[in-house]
Design a protein around this ligand. Structure first.
Ligand SMILES: Cc1cc2nc3c(=O)[nH]c(=O)nc-3n(C[C@H](O)[C@H](O)[C@H](O)COP(=O)(O)O)c2cc1C
Length: 194
């Protein structure tokens, strides 16, 4: 059982796995074993999506319009639901218990959402970006979610994991499962390929 706050191991910044190979091998995987992810793997996926890669300016792994950083990431794992805190590279528990099945129900009963070891729910505070860019900021937030999701998908391949991006879900239902204020935009489910 994970603690209410979990420090994530520092991300690895190098590997033998070429980026080109990750791009070539990436496929949506929808069948997973029941094996869970290690904290190292969870930390690496979250770092790839939103980790701080410039500690001086606080810039993150994925680009952001005007560095406004509207994205907030949550993870749904058997141990509970946690929010990713990029600045401290740590997890903060939001809910206890395994809510993967509830998340799958909110995602039109897609079975791979409940069988995946982890689902990363990408949510956003639109006002962080629309405050600066007005209505155009809305499209920027969606673009940014795509950047973050793609980083997760490619990082998963490089870790020997499988993943599937999920766009089909009821926003309000996902929000209820996560108990978050932010708007859910995208889910990436990740696990060990069967
Ligand atoms: C915006 C978006 C939403 C998607 N939503 C879902 C989804 O809800 N469920 C699912 O199983 N796959 C989903 N996919 C994955 C696509 O079905 C998949 O990318 C496509 O079939 C091509 O296969 P590939 O990812 O293996 O290249 C989504 C992909 C994108 C880009």
């Amino acid at each position: 059982m994970l603690a209410a706050e979990v420090a994530l191991p520092p991300p690895r910044l190098e590997s033998e796995f070429a980026l080109e190979r990750a791009i070539y091998e990436r496929r949506s995987i929808r069948e997973f074993t029941s094996d869970m992810l290690t904290l190292e793997q969870i930390g690496q996926l979250l770092w790839a999506a939103q980790g701080i890669t410039d500690t001086v300016r606080g810039f993150r792994a994925a680009p952001s319009a005007g560095a406004t950083y509207p994205l907030v990431l949550y993870i749904v794992i058997p141990d509970g639901i946690f929010r990713y805190m990029p600045e401290e590279h740590k997890l903060v528990r939001i809910r206890e218990g395994d809510h993967r099945l509830a998340l799958a129900r909110a995602a039109l009963n897609q079975p791979w959402v409940s069988s995946a070891a982890i689902s990363i729910v990408i949510t956003a505070r639109f006002e962080r970006t629309t405050r600066r860019y007005g209505e155009r900021g809305i499209r920027y937030v969606y673009m940014e979610a795509g950047h973050a999701a793609q980083n997760i998908l490619l990082q998963a391949v490089a870790l020997g994991l499988g993943s599937v991006p999920i766009g089909a879900f009821y926003d309000d239902e996902v929000q209820k499962v996560i108990t978050c204020k932010e708007a859910p935009i995208y889910i990436v489910s990740v696990g060990h390929p069967r």
